[in-house]
Design a protein around this ligand. Structure first.
Ligand code: PEP
Ligand code: MG
Length: 828
């Protein structure tokens, strides 16, 4: 083309200027004729005649796009001289066009000439700029390997580094996202090559498809501004291990077999019997149904490139903002997952592919889908568990962006009656949306037993197993399943005898439950008359109503953070008092223990963002947040002191690690009582969730009115196992002898000071744990609402003497499995 040659950066369209479709140059034409720049075959010719793709030898594909947004001209002024399939020679006329009408009708007539094929090809030796005539060379195309051999070229514009990958899981989504981040200050084009395949280092999605593993040698090729520095920075980052360095004892050899499963799954040796980790106990027979949201119907045909491009940008932008909002308060694994989602969404290749589809006439939603799906499929087909998981993330992003583009909201979840739901993972909001009349139980491949999903399942009374691993995906839709969540098993396709046996157990259980429910109104007592209080854990007014109906004698834990989860601003004192009062009223005079906000760790609150922490579970959470934000603490104490009658609402402090924290809160409480003229005593207790609190229970009990063991956190901190991490899920068991010994210490310390000990963590709802807890000296059990009748019925069968002997035996067990075995024999 005759005209002025200019760098791509100056094209007035970011799709071209940011090289989203490929590298190249642009020409501002002075004549209305486009010539073939080399020999080749016409592979694409837009029906509107404004853009053409030529395939030359050696895999080279060139796109020439006359003007910007010229698709809108609908062919007016363009006169192609060739058709798809034609073979052309360098210098042949491809398209004639009316320069004047294009200049008048389109935002710009500048014509990008791009190399769009990527496989091992790079641009070099670009023409310096200025006026060019047809036939002048404008750039040279090189194979990357040829460039690589030249190491750092004479002009310093190309740099090559070979790197041995030390990352235990290779370059998966999160490292890929970090690579992209460190390249931000560099203009150089950076390619990573493994074997015969290359990918743009700024494209996490493409990088993942290279399947780079521990021990692989990869080549980094940087070209353009500060190439050497860019390559060196990237190489140093990868060589540092990026926080995921493999154990040095592991020789960095290429892994011949598929990568090991990332999650330590429970295993079952019996065919047809899958093992999982109990999230909520219970037995159910049902039909397998995979949790899949229906595909969103979209019109594949676009209504004009500029309109569709704007819709695409808008959709991506909306999802990006939603992710940013979540990121501002996310912590731990959730945080890095969100960061990886963000990087995938920002991936230049994905966006370029979607934009290219729009140029080809697709609607924004269809273009995004077309861009994402093939990449997700590649990841799924990689045979690598980590990468296959990322495919799910991409499918998630596909749906979110398409929903945002189309402005649709997901319909309510509906499943056939008798469903046992199978899912990779479920969100807490999805569990809450399940209808127990339709869903008899659920199993997830991921997740942990003390996650909020597990807590919600238990409170809804839906049997659930988590951390089941990829085996779940092998189950056929519609298959009959027996879910024995208490025993941690899922039987697939049972035979008649197994089915009949399970059916008999379901019936016996429902008879026992009906009896327990009928008797739930009675005061909870052991068979020998010993009084044990059975309370319920609450998160809302409706929980309180259900709790009373189930026979709860009060609430041993109101999780106040659940009341105000979705707010952008902190709740006012009046709003809080109103909520607490409504719950106290629903309990009709029964005692209510209100736990102060327990945010941080795995429980974010948008209105109180906590800065990113290296170890959020060991950081600012529980009472530490209140002490760091005195106004938040004071407002909540004031709100509780506003509940009538005074004293019905007691106060409980989460995550106590030392007496000093209790004293600090008591000082504020006493001051507020003085200010409000409250003479009555208002109970102030602590949660025992840290080993420190258990070990100093006597010191704490000297100043606290009561102690309640949060076995979920106490287990996490005692065993040093993250309660939300599926990799350690099978090890997290509150019946571990270490946890039981700490509970025993707590009871001893408290009784020396005449204080009572309750349990409000998951163990209070576990029928195998209840007799042991009572035997250790616990006198209040705050269970999930649905378990209250069962816990009461179970207590009525025990005597304190038997329970004590059983607890002593449990304390002497070596492992959690031994304790569970002993407990099963005890309750059999
Ligand atoms: C616990 O840790 O056991 C507890 C009851 O608190 P949460 O589960 O809300 O952290
Ligand atoms: Mg806790």
């Amino acid at each position: 083309m005759a005209g002025w040659l200019m760098p791509l950066e100056e094209v007035p369209d970011p799709v071209f200027a940011q090289r989203m479709l490929g590298d190249g140059v642009a020409i501002d034409p002075t004549e209305g004729c486009l010539y073939a720049p080399c020999d080749g075959e016409v592979t694409v010719l837009q029906p509107t005649g404004h853009a053409i793709t030529l395939r030359a030898g050696d895999g080279v594909e060139l796109l020439m796009h006359i003007g910007i947004d010229t698709v809108q001209l609908a062919g007016a002024g363009f006169d192609p001289q060739v058709k798809v399939g034609d073979r052309v020679r360098a210098g042949d006329v491809l398209i004639r066009f009316d320069l004047d009408s294009v200049v008048c009708g389109a935002p710009s007539v500048v014509t990008p000439v791009l190399l769009i094929s990527q496989e091992g090809l790079t641009l070099a030796a670009k023409h310096g700029g200025g006026l060019v005539a047809p036939g002048d060379p404008i750039f040279t195309i090189q194979r990357a390997t040829a460039a690589a051999e030249s190491a750092i070229d004479a002009t310093g514009e190309t740099a090559v580094r070979d790197v041995l990958v030390p990352l235990a899981h290779g370059i998966h989504a999160r490292p890929a996202a970090k690579l992209r981040e460190v390249l931000v200050p560099f203009a150089a084009k950076v390619t990573i090559t493994k074997g015969a395949q290359s990918a743009d280092a700024r494209s996490p999605v493409r990088l993942m498809t290279l399947g780079i593993k521990l021990g692989d040698t990869i080549r980094i090729t940087a070209e353009g501004g500060r190439a050497d520095e860019a390559a060196a920075t990237l190489a140093a980052l990868i060589e540092s291990g990026m926080g995921e360095k493999a154990d040095p004892a592991t020789p960095p050899v290429p892994a011949p077999a598929p990568a090991p499963a990332p999650v330590e799954m429970p295993v079952s040796s019996e065919p047809g019997l899958l093992a999982g980790v109990t999230a909520a106990p219970g037995l159910a027979i049902g039909t397998a149904c995979f949790f899949r949201l229906p595909e969103l119907a979209i019109d594949p045909v676009g209504k004009g490139a500029s309109l569709e491009r704007a819709r695409l940008e808008d959709g991506i932008d909306k999802v990006m903002r939603a992710i940013d909002a979540d990121l501002s308060h996310a912590a731990g694994p959730m945080r890095s997952i969100l960061a990886a989602h963000r990087a995938m969404l920002d991936d230049p290749e994905l966006r370029a592919a979607a934009r290219a589809a729009i140029v080809d006439g697709a609607s924004a939603g269809h273009a995004w889908r077309q861009a994402v799906r093939p990449q997700a499929e590649l990841l799924r087909a990689s045979g690598d568990t980590h990468l296959a998981e990322r495919a799910d993330d991409m499918v998630d992003l596909e749906r979110r962006v398409v929903s945002a583009i189309e402005g649709v909201q997901d319909a309510p979840l509906v499943f056939p009656q008798g469903t046992i739901l199978l899912a990779d993972d479920l969100l807490p909001s999805q569990v809450t949306a399940l209808d127990p009349a339709q869903v008899r139980g659920f199993c997830t491949a991921r997740g942990g037993p003390t996650s909020h999903v597990a807590i919600l399942a238990a409170s809804l009374g839906i049997p659930a197993l988590v951390a089941m691993g990829p085996a779940l995906r092998g189950i056929a839709e519609g298959e009959t399943l027996i879910l024995d969540a208490g025993a941690g098993t899922l039987r697939v396709g049972p035979d008649e005898a197994q089915r009949a046996e399970a059916q008999a157990r379901v019936e016996a259980r429902s008879t026992a439950l009906a009896a327990a429910r009928a008797a739930a109104g009675a005061q909870a007592k052991l068979a020998d008359g010993t009084r044990i209080e059975v309370f319920a854990n609450l998160g809302s007014v409706s929980d309180a109503e259900r709790a009373v109906a189930a026979g709860a004698e009060g609430s041993g834990l109101l999780r106040t953070e659940f009341l105000f989860l979705d707010r952008e601003t902190p709740p006012s004192v009046a709003e809080q008092t109103a909520e607490y009062q409504a719950i106290a009223d629903a309990l009709q005079g029964r005692p209510l223990i209100i736990r102060l906000l327990d945010i941080g760790g795995d429980k974010p609150a948008p209105y109180l963002p906590i800065a990113a922490e290296e170890n959020p579970a060991l950081g600012l959470r529980g009472i530490r947040v209140g002490l760091a934000h005195p106004q938040v603490l004071e407002d909540q104490l004031r709100a509780i002191l506003g509940v009538r009658p005074i004293g019905v609402a007691k106060i409980m402090l989460p995550m106590i690690a030392s007496v000093g924290e209790l004293r600090a809160v008591r000082a504020v409480l006493d001051r507020l009582r003085g200010e409000l003229g409250i003479g009555e005593k208002v109970g102030l207790g602590i949660m025992v969730e840290t080993p420190a609190a258990a070990a100093t229970a006597d010191l704490l009990a000297a100043e606290a009115d009561f102690l309640s063991v949060g076995t979920n956190d106490l287990t996490q901190y005692t065993l040093a196992m993250d309660r939300g991490n599926p990799a350690v899920a099978s090890g997290i068991d509150g019946l571990h002898p270490a946890v039981l010994r700490l509970i025993a210490d707590t009871c001893r310390g408290a009784s020396a000071r005449g204080r009572w000990v309750g349990v409000c963590g998951g163990l209070a709802s576990d029928p195998l744990a209840v007799p042991i807890l009572v035997g250790l000296g616990v006198t209040e059990l705050s269970a999930t609402v649905s378990m209250v009748p069962e816990v009461k019925a179970l207590l009525s069968t025990l005597t304190l003497e038997r329970a004590r002997a059983h607890a002593t035996a449990a304390l002497a067990c070596a492992t959690a499995a031994d304790v569970r075995r002993l407990a099963r024999e005890f309750t059999a």
